[in-house]
Structure formats: structure tokens, C-alpha cells
Design a protein around this ligand. Structure first.
Ligand SMILES: C[S@@+](CC[C@H](N)C(=O)[O-])C[C@H]1O[C@@H](n2cnc3c(N)ncnc32)[C@H](O)[C@@H]1O
Length: 182
């Protein structure tokens, strides 16, 4: 764990939750306009769900049958539970849930081996939504994770998911993957 990660885990998330979400509503407004209808009404795993603010936004857009938040940080889990969400304490670097649909909302870039994780996610979920920051100066200086460049994300998706629909909103790349057997 690097210094920025340690600071986010023990100080930032503990006292401020996912405070960056004060600025992320426009991403969700955009997501609502591009979500394919076959991604609606599924059983959803929100992977690395943070304090649950965005889990609620995801619930509004995707209208899932049910949604469970997976998270490793105990302070964030408590905050999400206080929002009435069902939570499961999990380290996604170690184990990975199986469900109809998975969502990485600004969380995949925090995981150690993105390629391994996405390969597994492609097997464990029939539907997958990925919204991740594209590397820029801000993320280079301040992000506790390791976002990829636009080309890096596209190369990773090509290697692991093959067929997916890709969009971009400001500095976020958005991918919808549906397993071909679905
Ligand atoms: C930038 S936050 C995004 C949180 C949330 N998805 C959102 O949109 O607000 C990254 C999240 O990934 C979680 N995370 C990082 N590594 C993790 C791991 N190995 N297992 C589970 N969660 C992890 C962090 O604790 C944090 O909640």
C-alpha cells in the first residue's frame, strides 16, 4: 500500500467518506442516457462500493432486482449500512463474488491486478459495467489508485472482455460488457 492509499484508507474514508461524490452526479446523469435496456432489472454486485452514495445512484438508474455492496474498508461499510444498503466485507484482490451483473464504479483502478480481476469478472458476471477514471495530471497527483490512459483501458478491455460497448464522459471511460452466451 502506497502513502496515498494508506491516507485514503485510514483518514480520508474514515472522516470524510467518499467526499469526491459531491462532483460526480453529472456522470450518473450521462450514464442514465446511455445504459442499454438489457442491463436493467438485474441482480447487481457493486464492486468496491465505497460509502454507498453511488450505490444509491446506481440503484436509481439500473433499477436492480437487488443490489449488494462489496467493500473492504470498515469505515465505508458502516456508512453504507447506515444508508440502508446490504453490504459484504470483501477484499476483491483476494476473492470475487458471482452474480448476474457486476459494476466497477471508480474502483477497478484501485485493484492490484486489473487484468486478472477483469478476466474473472467476465466469467462471474453475465453483465458488467465499468466506469473508471482516465489518467490525467489530477489523478497522477492525487488519486490513491492507478488509473490507466485511454489507450491503456481500451487495450485491457480488448484483452479481457473482447466485445463491449465503450463511451467516454469527461475523464471517465465507461464500458458495457455482456457475455455472448447471455
Ligand atoms: C474511489 S472509491 C469508489 C467507491 C464507490 N464505488 C464510489 O463510486 O463512490 C474506490 C473504492 O474501492 C475500494 N477498494 C479498494 N481496493 C479494494 C479491494 N481490494 N477490495 C474491495 N474494495 C476495495 C475502496 O475502499 C473504495 O471504497
Amino acid at each position: 500500500m502506497n502513502v496515498r492509499e494508506w491516507f485514503a484508507e485510514t483518514v480520508g474514508y474514515r472522516f470524510f467518506g467518499c467526499c469526491y461524490n459531491a462532483t460526480t452526479q453529472p456522470l450518473f446523469d450521462y450514464l442514465a442516457t446511455i445504459t442499454p435496456k438489457q442491463f436493467l432489472g438485474k441482480r447487481v454486485a457493486d464492486l468496491g462500493c465505497g460509502d454507498g452514495i453511488n450505490t444509491l445512484r446506481i440503484r436509481n438508474i439500473f433499477r436492480p432486482k437487488d443490489i449488494v455492496g462489496y467493500e473492504r474498508n470498515p469505515f465505508l461499510i458502516e456508512r453504507a449500512k447506515r444508508r440502508g444498503l446490504t453490504m459484504c466485507r470483501t477484499d476483491l484482490n483476494v476473492s470475487f463474488p458471482k452474480c448476474e451483473m457486476g459494476i466497477f464504479m471508480l474502483s477497478l483502478h484501485h485493484l492490484t491486478d486489473k487484468k486478472k480481476v477483469l478476466k474473472q469478472a467476465g466469467k462471474n458476471f453475465r453483465f458488467l459495467v465499468i466506469c473508471e477514471p482516465i489518467q490525467d495530471l489530477y489523478h497522477k497527483l492525487f488519486d490513491a489508485g492507478q488509473p490507466l490512459s485511454r489507450a491503456g483501458w481500451i487495450e485491457l478491455f480488448g484483452q479481457t472482455l473482447k466485445h463491449y460497448q465503450c463511451f467516454e464522459f469527461r475523464h471517465t471511460i465507461i464500458a458495457f460488457y455482456q457475455r455472448s452466451s447471455a
